[in-house]
Design a protein. Structure first.
Length: 147
């Protein structure tokens, strides 16, 4: 699998992510990371990254991890982010990197789709600042079904 091609394809795939200025940094087998840039237009009332921008970055990183895990199966499944929760840990200043990781085996999840027609699973996301300090963490619940 050429994950660089997958990464490049994701870069412009979601118009809202382009609007916010997200950059897809990496896509790999069950992992994905994006960067939320720094900018006054993305700040909140205390001068840190707005919670909505952090949420957007986390959701996008989970999507990149999803695509990295299931790229070979996208023609036969329909994905949907079903739920999400986020915990804000510290003020997020400067550019933020969100990294999503699928902990379960994609082959097991595809077996569930083959057997039951669907599967549900979480993708965890860590959001860090330029110093590597975790400023937020997120869990996105995904649902896939056979197309």
């Amino acid at each position: 699998m050429d994950y660089e091609v997958v990464r490049a394809g994701l870069e412009g795939a979601i118009p809202f992510n382009q609007h916010v200025g997200l950059e897809v940094l990496a896509v790999g087998p069950g992992t994905g990371s994006v960067r939320l840039p720094e900018g006054e237009h993305l700040n909140n009332h205390v001068g840190s990254q707005h919670a909505g921008g952090l949420f957007t970055a986390g959701e996008a990183a989970s999507g990149a991890a999803f695509v990295g895990a299931f790229a070979e199966h996208l023609g036969r499944i329909t994905p949907l982010a079903k739920s999400a929760s986020i915990e804000y840990l510290k003020l997020a200043k400067g550019p933020i990197t969100a990294t999503g990781t699928l902990e379960r085996d994609p082959d097991e999840l595809m077996s569930e789709v083959d057997d039951a027609g669907r599967s549900e699973f979480p993708i965890g996301v860590s959001l860090t600042d330029a110093d590597g300090t975790e400023v937020a963490r997120m869990t996105v619940g995904w649902h896939i079904r056979a197309s």
